[in-house]
Structure formats: C-alpha cells, structure tokens
Design a protein around this ligand. Structure first.
Ligand code: AMP
Length: 139
C-alpha cells in the first residue's frame, strides 16, 4: 500500500503544495509545529534516507536548499530547524522520506536539535576514538 505522501503526489488526497519539480515536492505539514512548517519529499517512495538513490538525494537537498529561505521569508521567521526523522525509533511516523522545515521565532519556546535525543552517553576518549574509527572505516 502506498504511503499517505505518495497519495499526495498522485493527487489522491489534498495537500497545500508549495513547490514541485520532476522528482521532488513540498507541501505544508497538516499538523504544523509553526506557521509555514513544510515537508519536502522525493516523489518516489523511499522509507529511509539511505534508501534514496544518489541522484534523487541530490535533488532532494537542492529543493530543501531552495525552500528554506522561501519559507523563512513567507512567514517572517528568524531561523529554521531543518531535520529528518530517519526511522521509527527516531520518531518517523510516515515511512516515506521527508525533510521537516520548521520556522523558528525568537522566544518561540522551542529547543535546539540537541533536545531530541534521550539521556546523553558518558563516553571516554577511547570509546570516542573507537566509534570514530568504525565510522571512518565505512565512510
Ligand atoms: P514524521 O513523524 O517525521 O514521520 O512526520 C510526519 C509528518 O507528516 C507529521 O508532522 C504530520 O503532521 C505530517 N502529516 C501526516 N499526514 C499528512 C498529510 N496528509 N498532509 C500533510 N502532512 C501530513
């Protein structure tokens, strides 16, 4: 069964579409965290960021890059939080890659992206070195 976002792409359910090109589309979030909260998605359905092919990933970033200042200007925002919930355990509810562009305003009561994680780990230098080595080895 296709995701709710694929149904938006297909025009089967309504959405406030604010930008569209060959491979990507942007529309307002139906339950906005702030005025102008916008989602940018690839038109084709991929569940996680690492499922997105390189060329589509480049297109997706290009649309995010294009839309951030457009959204900020439209709602006179001071800043934006731009983020992906990548996987269910990270809070992803719709299994179709989407980038949240959330306008931010001075004194809006929100927090930084650091606020999304749970308890912070207490890692010593050796552990950090090991983690960095493991990541670098696969990069
Ligand atoms: P996430 O938790 O990252 O998967 O976010 C999914 C987002 O999609 C939420 O912010 C929802 O408000 C939003 N959403 C769900 N259904 C729709 C819809 N039909 N149109 C627009 N936004 C939607």
């Amino acid at each position: 069964m296709s995701t709710i976002f694929s149904q938006i792409v297909a025009g089967e359910i309504p959405a406030r579409i604010v930008y569209e090109d060959e491979t990507t589309i942007a529309f307002l979030d139906a339950n906005p965290l702030a005025p102008g909260h916008t989602l940018v998605i690839p038109k084709d359905e991929y569940e996680r960021l690492n499922d997105v092919p390189d060329d589509v990933a480049a297109d997706l970033y290009e649309t995010v890059h294009h839309m951030v200042p457009v959204v900020e200007d439209a709602v006179d925002a001071d800043a934006t939080t731009v983020a992906f919930n990548n996987g269910e355990e990270a809070g992803q509810e719709v299994p179709h890659v989407h980038c949240h562009i959330v306008p931010r305003f001075e004194g809006d009561g929100g927090g930084p992206i650091h606020a999304v994680a749970g308890d912070r780990p207490d890692l010593d230098d050796d552990e950090l070195d090991d983690i960095a080595a493991d990541i670098e080895a696969s990069a």
